[in-house]
Design a protein around this ligand. Structure first.
Ligand SMILES: Nc1nc2c(c(=O)[nH]1)N[C@H]1C(S)=C(S)[C@@H](COP(=O)(O)O)O[C@H]1N2
Ligand SMILES: [Mo]
Length: 332
């Protein structure tokens, strides 16, 4: 059956299903921290997705995620169904196919997890994820995610403001950028063993200091009310909603304060196609395709769900001031 979305406010049946089952689930979580019971409110397919990883998730994390506070962010926005969010991924460490991360990351070990802090800051060292999360409050934020490949999703993340974490390490005035590094573990990550991979592992991303400290910038540890599935970057990933998705680096093990602009994975690999800034911008096309529009998932042959891409992915009010006077064609 072909369903045309006539108005922006028209909600698709698939969205209603996913949203309501999620809301039911939220109420559940509010009433009890017993995750095994809460899981009963998830659709069968979702339970399957989680079965392989749930066992290894620490109880303290599951509890903290379940207690995250709701916020105004993205209220009323139609969520991309859980099945798309967790089975249509980019996580090249587990393969380049969109369903590779879902298929190959289920046994990925995310506990214990250490994060190393280094560079231009007073407080350095290795911290456990538990230590890092003991000093922040988790909240839910519904953000749009716009991939540079011109598809997008709306995801209810659970996380905290990156600025809250960075302040703890007392960055020096010489810290102009923040560099993030993903785990390098070819034994666990088949994409890092692949002889066809052109990526120089580990995956590295970076932000300018003011971007890192912007209140929109989130560190996520969960989505859809529960602990982050491995394929989405467990246990700890960046979410920068006004930038193309590749900036939102997954499974972070190192955060470094640096003076110089970090050499980031995609900008190093294809500098004419991917810039350091990577702000979502409908007016600056990728050399091989237009960025004026995007495919909002769920999207199919008969219902492509193509929408117009917004400047800064619709977060202009929150972030435009950081780029005033900057030529965004030059600094793409
Ligand atoms: N380490 C790492 N982080 C990564 C990627 C990757 O391949 N490796 N892909 C990026 C891209 S291109 C996108 S669009 C988002 C996708 O996030 P999601 O799979 O949770 O939707 O993750 C980003 N973070
Ligand atoms: Mo992406």
């Amino acid at each position: 059956m072909i369903i045309n979305r006539k108005k922006k406010s028209d909600v698709l049946p698939s969205e209603i299903t996913s949203h309501s089952s999620y809301l039911n689930r939220r109420q559940f979580l509010g009433q009890t921290a017993a995750l095994s019971i809460a899981a009963a409110a998830l659709p069968a397919q979702a339970i399957q997705t989680h079965e392989s990883t749930r066992k290894q998730r620490p109880e303290w994390l599951a509890k903290q995620v379940a207690a995250a506070k709701e916020t105004k962010w993205g209220k009323g926005e139609s969520l991309t169904p859980y099945s798309n969010v967790t089975q249509y991924n980019n996580f090249y460490e587990f393969g380049t196919g969109k369903d590779d991360p879902y298929k190959y990351a289920s046994k990925f070990k995310t506990d214990p997890w250490m994060v190393e802090i280094d560079g231009e800051c007073e407080v350095k060292g290795k911290f456990t994820l538990e230590d890092i999360l003991s000093q922040v409050d988790l909240e839910e934020r519904i953000y749009r995610l716009r991939c540079v490949e011109a598809w997008s999703m709306v995801i209810p993340w659970i996380g905290f403001e990156l600025s809250a974490l960075l302040k703890r390490f007392k960055p020096l005035s010489s810290a102009k950028y923040v560099e993030f590094t993903t785990l390098h573990d070819p034994k666990q990550m088949p994409g890092q063993r692949s002889v066809f991979s052109t990526i120089d592992w580990p995956y590295v991303e970076g932000l300018r200091m003011d971007e890192a400290m912007n209140p929109l910038t989130l560190m996520a540890v969960g989505l859809y009310g529960e602990v982050l599935p491995n394929q989405n970057g467990a246990p700890f990933r960046l979410v920068v909603p006004w930038k193309y998705g590749f900036k939102s680096i997954k499974s972070i093990v190192k955060i470094r304060f640096v003076e110089e602009m970090p050499k980031t994975t995609w900008a190093e690999l294809a500098p004419s196609e991917y810039g350091f800034y990577a702000n979502v911008n409908p007016e600056v096309d990728h050399p091989r395709w237009s960025q004026a529009r995007e495919r909002r998932l769920p999207s199919g042959l008969f219902k492509p769900n193509r929408i117009e891409t917004q400047m800064f992915n619709g977060y202009e009010e929150e972030v435009a001031a950081m780029y005033s006077g900057m030529n965004l064609r030059k600094f793409y």
